[in-house]
Design a protein around this ligand. Structure first.
Ligand code: NAD
Length: 280
């Protein structure tokens, strides 16, 4: 149930900034990844839509991108599996020749109080959320360094956008595996940004607050849950996946050419210590 109206963000026009660029978005058949893939396609990029399960949902994203006038292909791969990631990049190169934009989005939760969390829960979340981003970023960096800058496409050799979370800085009880994965992304991203900059590679993170997706349905799908959520959000609305899609377009484009190593919080103020809004 949708309990509160948000701005009509899904219908806002995306500027064409990415013509000729080739993008790969992981976990792109749901939620934030889906919105990013469609926004990049609307902005002119050809998009590889990665997914791990849900063929029909992936095809629906491909269709939406093609309808927007760009090319799209669905590529099934588990981002936590090294061989599958390498095969996914090879497939992308067969399809598009190269990569200009990687959006490391795939992620999940397996929540438990710390003393009840199993090693399997810990490893599973770290494997997808952190190691998955490492494996994909490594492949993309190899191609960016091999190919270098192609001026007519972008002034940068390549762009990597890591989807982190406000929980790269906000501790989260009963989510130690998730928070650790996002904290890990922060320093992986910054280290990679430092290492990639001399080669013209820009690396940044988007840190969403609460976004209306299947990962967190219980946080927004009843009026009581939504009201409780609003106590954490000074801007007084939940985020929509398209809020993240637009920022991804901006970060991927040359408009952001001097931004690297940054965590961009897209959270309606969730990281502004809302409990101090009335003086603390
Ligand atoms: P979602 O569950 O709708 O989407 C997650 C996507 O990742 C799905 O497409 C899923 O199939 C994919 N995925 C999971 N495991 C995979 C694997 N091994 N290989 C490839 N793909 C895999 O959730 P979402 O909210 O859209 O989450 C997307 C990202 O945004 C995640 O990294 C999440 O941590 C982050 N995030 C979400 C929120 C939020 O409020 N929704 C807030 C902060 C950060």
């Amino acid at each position: 149930m949708s309990v509160a109206a948000s701005p009509p963000s899904a219908t806002q026009v995306i500027p064409v900034l990415l013509k000729g660029q080739k993008a790969l978005v992981t976990g792109a058949n749901s939620g934030i990844g889906r919105a990013i893939a469609i926004a990049l396609g609307q902005s002119g990029a050809d998009v590889a839509v990665n997914y791990v399960d849900g063929d029909a949902a992936a095809q629906e994203v491909v269709d939406a991108i093609i309808a927007a006038g760009s090319r799209a292909v669905a590529i099934k791969a588990d981002v936590s599996d090294e061989a599958e990631v390498q095969a996914m990049f090879q497939r992308m190169y067969q399809e598009y020749g190269t990569i200009d934009i990687l959006v490391n989005n795939a992620g999940l939760q397996r929540d438990a109080p710390f003393d009840q969390m199993t090693l399997a829960q810990w490893n599973f979340v770290l494997g997808v959320n952190l190691s998955g981003q490492f494996l994909c970023a490594r492949e993309a960096l190899r191609e960016f360094k091999r190919r270098g800058i192609v001026r007519e496409v972008s002034v940068a050799a390549g762009k990597i956008i890591c989807i982190s979370s406000v929980h790269e800085v906000i501790p989260w009880s009963s989510h130690a595996n998730y928070a650790a994965s996002k904290g890990g992304i922060m320093l992986m991203m910054k280290t990679l940004a430092q290492e990639g900059a001399p080669f013209g590679v820009r690396v940044n993170s988007i840190c969403p607050g609460a976004i209306r997706t299947p990962i967190n349905t219980t946080a927004w799908d009843t009026p009581a849950a939504y009201a409780a959520l609003m106590t954490h959000i000074p801007y007084k609305r939940i985020g929509e996946p398209e809020d993240i899609g637009r920022v991804a377009v901006m970060l991927a484009s040359d408009l952001s050419d001097y931004i690297t190593g940054a965590s961009i919080f897209v959270d309606g103020g969730m990281t502004l210590y809302p409990e101090f809004a009335t003086g603390g």
